[in-house]
Design a protein around this ligand. Structure first.
Ligand SMILES: [Zn+2]
Length: 379
């Protein structure tokens, strides 16, 4: 609607529509037509015409009367929370969630499914069909968050889901009739962290430790993808050697995931997205030796990545964010003596409390409309 390649005047008009919509999103119900004109340097007539088009497309609604600044009180504007929806599908090894997210960032509907590997594709197809039947006309775009490497269209490789060169976006677009963007789960989590925790840290290394392990790098809040979209696929790099190396599900031995993934540290009862009380129980019963082994393996990787990237901070996300300060302290202990010529970057757990789907929803919003939510909206 506001995106895509067009020429000349249309491109200028779309750019102005995006600027107006971003101002309305940022002001959270306080923006006015006059405010848009002031902020953009456009005439009042042009600002009004932009707003009229946004309202016509059901992206924006008139709100209350703004506080008087002398003359006639202006009408405030806000994004329309009641029409367009973004579908976020979060795929995991054994289950999936669908969230329908309105333009104001609130989840209008959520449902989850569980599956076995054999039943997975059919279960996902049923879920997508249900969503399409119920919400189809209101859907603006969809994003699919999954463990594995993707270029946005194709699952290049997912060890956890057993997919290689799988054209998932195309398949789902046929069912949903809206653009579908595939997003690596760690990238989505790093974007959510960027929304939840604004920081002066301009170069941030985000490490997800859950079922699998992956990394994402954000610079000034933007993801930095690798050339073939496989940046951060660090889970199956060997970091444990000799007798201490154990078999990894990828078939090799001593991979980072064989030592420091959540199942490796907490046992096979671990599930992504599991109930917090059940997770706390697993942590309480965890073998200290396995946790220490994981922390050592993770520390080695953190030290190497820190030396390579010189990040302002390193953030541990995923289930490991819930392992507590003791675990982080063990990882820090491994990195305390920074290699000569480097400085150990600060290490902290990811910010809790922001929904698992928010990062992927943000990426869907950017791809559909070219605008983004800010941190205050989810505060
Ligand atoms: Zn492996």
């Amino acid at each position: 609607m506001l995106h895509g390649d067009v020429d000349g005047q249309t491109a200028m008009r779309r750019a102005n529509l995006r600027r107006a919509l971003q101002l309305i999103l940022d002001a959270e119900g306080e923006e006015t037509r006059a405010g848009i004109a002031r902020a953009t340097g456009l005439t009042a007539a042009t600002a009004s015409s932009l707003v009229a088009e946004l309202i016509e497309n059901r992206l924006v609604v008139d709100g209350a009367r703004a506080a008087s600044t002398g003359g006639k009180r202006a009408t405030t504007l806000d994004v329309d929370p009641a029409h367009h929806l973004l579908l976020v599908l979060v795929l995991r090894r054994a289950d999936a969630d669908a969230a329908l997210v309105a333009l104001d960032g609130t989840a209008a509907h959520r449902e989850g499914i569980a599956y076995t590997p054999a039943g997975r594709d059919a279960a996902i197809r049923d879920l997508v069909e249900r969503v399409s039947e119920r919400f189809g006309p209101r859907l603006l775009a969809a994003s699919v968050q999954l463990p594995g490497a993707t270029d946005g269209r194709i699952v290049l490789e997912s060890v956890l889901l057993g997919w290689k060169d799988h054209p998932l976006a195309e398949q789902l677009e046929a069912a949903l009739q809206v653009p579908v963007l595939l997003v690596n789960d760690v990238d989505a989590e790093a974007v959510a962290e960027q929304i939840a925790h604004r920081s002066d840290a301009i170069r941030r290394l985000f490490l997800h430790i859950g079922d699998g392990i992956g990394a994402a790098i954000t610079v000034d809040g933007e993801l930095t993808p690798g050339a073939p979209a496989r940046v951060g696929e660090i889970g199956h790099v060997q970091v444990v050697f000799g007798d201490e190396a154990v078999a990894c599900r990828c078939g090799q031995r001593g991979c980072l995931e064989s030592a420091a993934s959540a199942p490796a540290m907490l046992g096979e009862d671990f599930r992504e997205g599991m109930d917090p009380d059940a997770f706390a129980g697993l942590v309480a019963r965890a073998d200290p030796g396995r946790l220490a082994h994981g922390a050592v393996a993770l520390g080695r990787v953190v030290q190497l990545l820190g030396a390579m990237l010189d990040p302002d901070e390193i953030v541990i996300g995923g289930a490991a964010a819930g392992l507590g300060e003791d675990f982080l302290e063990r990882v820090r202990a491994e990195t305390r003596h920074a290699p000569r010529g480097t400085v150990a970057a600060s290490l902290r757990a990811a910010t809790p409390g922001i929904g698992a789907h928010v990062g992927a929803a943000q990426l869907a919003l950017i791809s559909a409309l070219g605008v983004r939510w800010n941190a205050e909206r989810f505060a």
